[in-house]
Design a binder for this molecule. Structure first.
Ligand SMILES: [Cu+2]
Length: 198
C-alpha cells in the first residue's frame, strides 16, 4: 500500500480547473451565465460497456435512476478500494431506497480488468455497485466524455499503476451530470443528498 493523497488532490484540482475553463468558455460563447443545463452538458453522455456479468450495459440502463459514477481499476492500491468501500456504506445506509439509485465503477484499465476480474473484485462491495469494462475504444470514449484523466504509470518489473481522476460524479435520473459527489461526508449526509434526486 502506498498512499498518494497529493496526487489525488492534484487530479481533483486539475478537474476543477478544467471545469472552470469549460464553464468559462460557455459563458464567453453565449454571453450568459451558465445555467444548470448549459454548464453540465459537457460531462457524461451515452456509453456502451459490459458489466461484471458479461452483459452489455449502457447509459440507458440507468434511465429513471439517479446514479454515481466512479472511474478506477481493480489493481488500485488505495483510492479505488477506499472509495468503493465508502460507497458500499452509503448504499447500506440507503436501505430499500438503494434499489432506486445506481452506482457504476468504470475501469480505466480494461486490459487487466476483464469481466471475470471485475466480477471477483465487486464481490467485496455492496451488490448495488456495478463494475463496467468493455472494448478499450468504448472505455476510452467514456473516459473522454466524463473528462477523466487516466494515465499508465510503469512500475519496476513490467507492472504498472494507473493515475486517474478520483471524482465521484452524481448524475440525475436523465443521465445529466449534477455535481461532483463529496464522499468525505457522513453516509447520512450523502444519503440525504441522493434522496433529493429520486
Ligand atoms: Cu484508483
Amino acid at each position: 500500500m502506498r498512499a498518494k493523497p497529493s496526487r489525488v488532490v492534484l487530479l481533483l484540482a486539475a478537474f476543477v480547473a478544467g471545469l472552470g475553463l469549460c464553464l468559462g468558455a460557455i459563458f464567453v460563447a453565449t454571453g450568459l451565465a451558465p445555467g444548470p443545463v448549459a454548464g453540465t452538458a459537457a460531462i457524461g453522455g451515452p456509453f456502451h460497456l459490459v458489466d461484471q456479468n458479461g452483459k452489455p450495459f449502457t447509459d440507458r440502463d440507468m434511465q429513471g435512476k439517479p446514479y454515481l459514477v466512479f472511474f478506477g481499476y481493480t489493481h488500485c492500491p488505495d483510492v479505488c478500494p477506499t472509495t468503493l468501500f465508502e460507497m458500499s456504506q452509503l448504499f447500506r445506509k440507503l436501505g430499500p431506497q438503494a434499489d432506486r439509485i445506481g452506482a457504476l465503477f468504470i475501469t480505466v484499465d480494461p486490459a487487466r480488468d476483464t469481466t471475470a476480474v471485475l466480477k471477483e473484485y465487486m464481490t467485496s462491495f455492496d451488490p448495488h455497485l456495478r463494475g463496467l469494462t468493455g472494448d478499450p475504444k468504448a472505455v476510452d470514449a467514456a473516459i473522454r466524455d466524463y473528462r477523466v484523466y487516466a494515465k499508465k504509470v510503469p512500475l519496476e518489473g513490467g507492472n504498472y499503476e494507473m493515475d486517474h481522476t478520483a471524482i465521484v460524479y452524481l448524475m440525475d435520473k436523465d443521465g445529466h451530470f449534477v455535481a461532483p459527489f463529496d464522499m468525505r461526508r457522513s453516509a447520512d449526509a450523502e444519503a440525504a443528498q441522493l434522496q433529493k434526486y429520486l
